[in-house]
Design a protein around this ligand. Structure first.
Ligand code: UT7
Length: 324
């Protein structure tokens, strides 16, 4: 038995912020952003919290799967911008959707969070502990973005995606996760700084900082490596893989991965132009688009690959089953 996607759902805030909108607040241009990243616009929340986006994506995934919230055994949410340090985002979603029988917790693996969550669910399914799970990737990165820093503020967006997983015969064929904490400073968002009655300082709140080129190099190395590892140990050739569903960080990263794998771009669907980089939400948002467009058929093999702060990376090889 293995984890199978029974239903997908997604939700993004209504407000669209274009590159031209950003050119009014920092020194940038539509031309620079589009040519360096492929991003044309992103959604930015004007009131909804991460758990609001996540709960709506979860409701849609449950509806698509035909599963009731009370039938969920487990909720795992990947997020790096939860509403609170605690309770977890997953617990907040649990309360919002009424998943009274589920254990709920968050995973902190940044842009690889959704893939890490799927890996964890697979562990529970393989051991027979749980049968039905909800995995969510949800972010309101707009609240940790430094809106005066043009090197980061043009990249990110808010959104959420969710998938209901069931323990069935067809689904995840293999998966992997990896981390390299020594490169953590390349992409970082400090929590509150230390400050208390002994230090005599007040805690300050951190914003995201990034060494873009370091992250770029890391992604272009680790993503093809992960994909090739999964194909090799499952005796698959490139022709066996229908789509590569990559974390949407930068169109140029996707193109570089395609070149390294010697695969055509039409096997790499993208949503980066309309959502920007939504971190852990990007893979389920993309999957949701693919399902809506009828791109996936029974038996299709896809590889999902996430990478990001930590540094973290993970990949899932999945055989699609037309239950969604
Ligand atoms: O989920 C993972 C999250 N992170 C990532 O995926 C980031 C991966 N890295 C990237 O996507 C790219 O490195 C960036 C898009 C962040 C940057 O692209 P780049 O081609 O590596 O540009 P750069 O950092 O080398 O900057 C080139 C120039 C610099 O000016 P000078 O020094 O050449 O005069 C920057 O100051 O572009 C300048 N620049 C900008 N100009 C206009 C940086 N940001 C902007 C901007 N608008 N928004």
């Amino acid at each position: 038995m293995t984890a199978s996607i029974a239903g997908i759902g997604a939700y993004v805030p209504e407000t669209i912020v274009t590159n031209d909108d950003l050119a009014k607040i920092v020194e940038t241009s539509d031309e620079w952003i589009t040519s360096r990243t492929g991003i044309r616009e992103r959604r930015i929340s004007t009131g909804e919290e991460t758990s609001d986006l996540a709960a709506e994506a979860a409701r849609r995934a449950l509806a698509a799967a035909g599963v009731k919230a009370e039938d969920l055994d487990l909720i795992i949410m990947g997020t790096s911008s939860p509403d609170c340090n605690y309770p977890s985002g997953a617990c907040e979603v649990q309360a919002k959707i009424g998943a009274v029988n589920a254990a709920a917790f968050d995973v902190s693996a940044a842009c690889a969070g959704f893939i890490f969550a799927m890996n964890i669910v697979q562990g529970f399914f393989k051991s027979g502990i749980y049968q039905t799970a909800l995995v969510i990737g949800a972010e309101t990165l707009s609240k940790v973005t430094d809106w005066t820093d043009r090197s980061t503020c043009v990249l990110f967006g808010d959104g959420a995606g969710a998938a209901v997983l069931k323990n069935e015969k067809t689904g995840i064929l293999d998966m992997l996760m990896g981390s390299d904490g020594t490169k953590g400073e390349a992409l970082m968002c400090k929590s509150r700084t230390l400050g208390n009655f002994l230090t005599g300082t007040k805690p300050e709140i951190g914003f995201m900082t990034m060494d873009g080129q370091e992250v770029f190099r890391f992604a272009v190395k680790r993503v093809p490596e992960s994909i090739e590892t999964l194909m090799k140990r499952n005796h698959m050739e490139k022709d066996d893989i229908r789509y590569y569903v990559l974390h949407q960080a930068n169109e140029r990263i996707v193109e570089a991965v395609a070149r390294r794998l010697k695969e055509p771009m039409d096997k790499f669907p993208m949503t980066i132009a309309k959502y920007g980089n939504t971190s852990t939400a990007s893979i389920p948002l993309l999957l949701n688009d693919m399902v809506e467009q009828g791109m996936l058929k029974d038996g299709d093999k896809i590889i999902m690959s996430g990478f990001g702060a930590g540094m973290t990376w993970g990949a899932v090889l999945l055989e699609w089953k037309q239950s969604v």
